[in-house]
Design a protein around this ligand. Structure first.
Ligand code: ADP
Length: 209
């Protein structure tokens, strides 16, 4: 986050004089306490300063890099995951392509009769199947999907940062969020590159700075 000149000045004052009250900081800057309130709120919320009741403000000594890392490590899959779109194994490639367009989505998850994960279908999987002269209505998606156990998954408690690393390592666009059941892995969500982009933008919002 970018600090204003005044916010940088406040940090300097607290570094040199802390613990120091808001009143005293305001005096040193020739401003009123009320004028300073939003700046002090931002600086404490973002972790540069710590406020202790009846004592005053302290400088935490954390760098911008440490603070942003702390924020990223608070982002979990459950805070950002989106609704998964699933198809059954027997659905035709033609219908899977229609679903992909209708749902405006890049990855479909394939499930069995127990609604448990058995495969993944990406845009390119479906394009590849469409290149030949086959009748797309007569090919079931389980023939062309990437199948278990080769599916990379995540769970709702996982860190968004770890999911991002998996997407990079495996060079894929998304992961199913799964939950263990007696029948197998139930699909409860999806995390994609778009989800990671949303989390990235969230870092710049005031309540997350
Ligand atoms: P695209 O193929 O449209 O570029 P991806 O990069 O996501 O999209 O997919 C590349 C390949 O990896 C595809 O064959 C797809 O089936 C497979 N794939 C996609 N997601 C996963 C996943 N979570 N686990 C394992 N394989 C996957």
């Amino acid at each position: 986050m970018e600090l204003s000149k005044r916010q940088e000045r406040i940090i300097e004052i607290v570094k040199d004089n802390g613990p120091i009250t808001g009143e005293n900081i305001a005096e040193q800057l020739n401003l009123t306490r009320a004028t300073l309130r939003p700046d002090l709120a931002i600086l404490t919320m973002s972790g540069f300063l710590e406020a202790r009741p009846r004592v005053g403000y302290f400088y935490t000594g954390k760098t911008g890099f440490e603070l942003i890392t702390e924020k990223i490590k608070k982002f979990h899959v459950q805070d950002f995951m989106q609704i998964p779109i699933v198809v059954k194994e027997e659905v035709s490639v033609y219908d899977a392509i229609s679903t992909m367009f209708l749902e405006d989505i890049g990855t479909l998850f394939v499930v069995n009769e127990d609604s448990c994960l058995t495969g993944v279908l990406s845009r390119k999987d479906l394009l590849r199947a469409s290149i030949g002269q086959q009748d797309l209505n007569s090919i079931a998606v389980h023939i062309i999907m990437t199948r278990m156990p080769n599916i990379t998954v995540c769970r709702k408690e996982d860190l968004i940062l770890d999911v991002a690393q998996k997407l990079i390592n495996k060079q894929i666009d998304g992961l199913p969020v799964v939950k263990d059941t007696n029948a197998g892995l139930a699909v409860i969500g999806r995390v994609t590159k778009t989800t990671i982009t949303k989390a990235f933008v969230e870092l710049t919002k005031e309540n997350h700075v």
